[in-house]
Design a protein around this ligand. Structure first.
Ligand SMILES: [Ca+2]
Length: 457
């Protein structure tokens, strides 16, 4: 159903590796727009089924207290096609694209036959190799950057594409037979993988259930990227060090340099190559070095399971050609930029972030949402909810009060009748509600009768 990398190739001219793009992109881009095969690899309409997409539009939103946050919005098939047309001057070749689209349409009936079991199919796919699954389009500057190097594919084709988007279906009942080869890239799957060759022999010999090492019949599709995306906009160069302060890579305006053996990805993009982006998998130290006078926007986004959990943002940091700034990827209230303005080795200024944004997900209840309390009983509801930044409230605090921050509820009133209240836990993304009932227990009933019995006598 296609590979987002095809779009990346058109945009950057880079077939191989992001690090090499800078050396080859200009001439490769010119050739790529005339190669039919790349248009055929663009994700087809079918790729967009079940909420998949491969292009997100970004826009900046000013936030309270200064600074901006970059928001993202996924593009559907029609919007993605519209985007292609805006690339007319760069690569989009409409006759080539229509031919590819016709091919995609004709393949649909084949896909249907495969999925329905009409064609007996063995699907052998590589997985657990960093695979580009999404690109970000910044309409304000026009550039497109890569994102979401999750490990769901073979380095070229994401799992949802190579498995006809049925990766999460129970393998044992599927008409087609998927085989997942661990850690093998797109080209190596056929060329170099002993596991693949052995598997093919097994299938041919009728031993399709005999799985060579590294091959499985099902994989989790939940393996999303965890790490940090570091973005620095001019006029600075960016050097990433590991936590032991060892150099692992540098991105400058015109080159990308990285040591071997590190999985970190570096990119340059934007007008005049003025934005540097680095993806790192674990905690790292960052050195930022000025090469001109101006200001820098700097951000670190922490990804957890493929989504942005925290963003830290420094806006308009003054830079000279002597400025050296150190920071870490860690995002907390204590985070800062250590600025040595004149490069003499002594820190002159400590800059606090303009904004730290913690993403919130809608709260969910674990366990029972219906709760019974006795008179004057307390209960902690915090542990019954998953979610950050919760505020608690009670619909009837006369009967059941709640601590707005901790979620501890207490039944308040002596009463004979049963009392109820709805306790709500809320954050910016949503809310959950508990139905709480207060009922005196038997002993408490006796006490009520004993103490207040005279009323009825
Ligand atoms: Ca200094």
């Amino acid at each position: 159903m296609g590979s987002p990398k095809a779009l990346y190739v058109f945009e950057t001219g880079n077939f191989l590796d992001p690090v090499l793009a800078t050396f080859t992109n200009a001439w490769m881009k010119n050739i790529a727009k005339n190669i039919p095969g790349i248009y055929e690899l663009l994700p087809s309409e079918r790729y967009f089924r079940d909420g998949n997409y491969y292009l997100e539009r970004t826009y900046r939103e000013r936030i309270l207290g200064g600074g901006y946050v970059t928001r993202r919005e996924s593009r559907n098939f029609a919007q993605t096609e519209e985007f292609f047309q805006t690339r007319q001057a760069i690569w989009y070749n409409s006759p080539r694209y229509s031919t590819a689209k016709t091919l995609h349409t004709n393949l649909n009936s084949t896909y249907d036959k495969i999925i329905s079991g009409e064609i007996n199919t063995y699907v052998i796919v590589g997985y657990n190799v960093k695979t580009l699954s999404c690109l970000l389009h910044h309409p304000s500057t026009g550039y497109v950057e890569t994102l979401d190097q999750n490990k769901l594919g073979d380095g070229t084709v994401p799992l949802i594409s190579s498995t006809f988007n049925f990766a999460d279906t129970d393998a044992s009942v599927m008409p087609r037979k998927p085989y997942y080869v661990n850690g093998v890239s797109h080209a190596d799957l056929v060329k170099k993988s002993d596991s693949t060759l052995q598997l093919v022999k097994n299938i041919i010999n009728g031993n399709e259930n005999s799985l060579p090492t590294g091959v499985s019949r099902a994989v989790s599709i939940e393996n999303k990227w965890n790490g940090y995306k570091i973005t620095a906009a001019c006029p600075v160069d960016l050097t990433i060090k590991d936590t032991a302060d060892r150099w692992v890579g540098t991105v400058t305006s015109d080159s990308v340099d990285a040591t071997e053996g590190h999985e970190f990805d570096f990119y340059i993009c934007g007008e005049n190559n003025d934005t540097k982006i680095a993806f790192v998998d674990n905690m790292s130290n960052i050195e930022i070095e000025g090469f001109d006078t101006g200001t820098m926007d700097f951000s670190i986004e922490q990804y957890v399971n493929g989504s942005i959990a925290k963003t830290i943002f420094y806006h308009d940091v003054p830079i000279t050609d002597k400025t050296i700034i150190n920071t870490t990827t860690e995002i907390s209230d204590d985070s800062s930029l250590q600025v040595d303005s004149n490069g003499d080795g002594t820190v002159d200024q400590v800059i606090k972030p303009d904004a730290i944004i913690i993403a919130q997900t809608a709260p969910t209840i674990i366990g029972d949402k219906n709760i019974s309390l006795k008179y004057r009983e307390e209960k902690q509801l915090k542990d019954s909810v998953v979610g950050d930044g919760l505020t608690w409230s009670s619909s009837n605090s006369k009967y059941i009060s709640v601590d707005t921050n901790t979620g501890r509820i207490t039944s308040q009133k002596s009463f004979i009748k049963t009392g109820t209240a709805i306790i709500t836990a809320q954050n910016s993304e949503g809310k959950v509600e508990f139905n709480v009932k207060v009922k005196p227990n038997f002993v408490q009933w006796l006490m009520i009768i004993f103490l207040f019995g005279w009323i009825w006598m």
